[in-house]
Design a protein around this ligand. Sequence first.
Ligand code: AMP
Length: 376
Amino acid sequence: MSRVFVVNSGSSSIKYQLVDVESGEAVIGGLVERIGEPGGDAADHSEGMRLVLDRLGAAGDDASFVAVGHRVVHGGSLFTAPTLVTDEVVAQIERVSALAPLHNPANLAGIRAARAVMTDVPHVAVFDTAFHQSMPAEAYTYAIDRDVAQAHGVRRYGFHGTSHEFVAGRAAALLGRPLEQLKLIVLHLGNGSSATAIDGGRSIDTSMGLTPLEGLVMGSRSGDVDPGALLHLLRTGLSVDELDRLLNKRSGLLGLTGRGDMRDVVQAADDGDADARLALDVWAHRIRHYVGAYLAQLGGLDALVFTAGIGENSPVMRARAVAGLQHLGLSIDDDRNAMSWREPREISPEGAAVKVLVVPTNEELAIARAAAALAG
Ligand code: AMP
């Protein structure tokens, strides 16, 4: 019986799943919410984690596990793989936290709280950035003053790595070919979105950068914007915090349409809303921009892979994303695309040289597997 307890600790919530590594099933799952808020589930992460443990205890023997897997957003340049948590590792995660001030401290609070109450099992940290540490220097280097970049850790790191890696493995299995021989582009299209070019199982380029703000158009995040536009806005008197809110919380689909959920934007576009139509065009245009770029970086392509909320569930937006790319060998079979199904599947026409796939992601299972492997 190998079950892993997977923890995703945010600033005001703890999401958890008890995952059976063999079957891939989540045996127990839950959420502690509004931590630290009046009327919330818990006053702080320690109390929240004790609550989680009580809930697990109530489930009896079924709730035992061999390891705890923690999602950590930013591993900086330090972490290239899942890592057994020690006091030293906690200190290292703390050291790179300046790069992700919203996420890493919350992840650390979860790690500390869990280590305090789950003392007899190994804890493993799994980093969103780790998979992308294989990017070559030309892909991760911003062309700014090298001393400034060095002093502040300013380079591209990439995110969603756990998802991109998991999905790439599943895609190879579906294609029946070794991952080491494949050139893939994975489009993780959810509330947060990113594209990754994967050559032989290694990330060689990805659309998110120093932070999860660069790249594709997201639910409320802008993706790529001319850095000069940001300087311009600062000079108009916008504060740094206001600019932060603008780019992270008031941009993307939400900024363009007043709606952050793709389903609502598609509905509005169908109803004739001009802003919604433009937003979908901008969204798809940005995706094609990256697909073209990554085709060039990879020097060929075996498969384009859709995953996450939009990528897995929206035939309409998948079709929009690849519209007009037939000359690159990329096309979709409408009937295959229309099928909804929770399993990895091909949606390109029979015999297509470049496959288009839909592969559901499962970050909790990926974290559980990584933790189980390290826990031995
Ligand atoms: P995620 O962050 O992976 O959970 O994805 C969330 C996003 O997926 C939201 O923007 C949802 O609107 C979108 N989504 C989920 N189901 C659908 C669907 N059937 N059609 C369009 N978008 C969807």
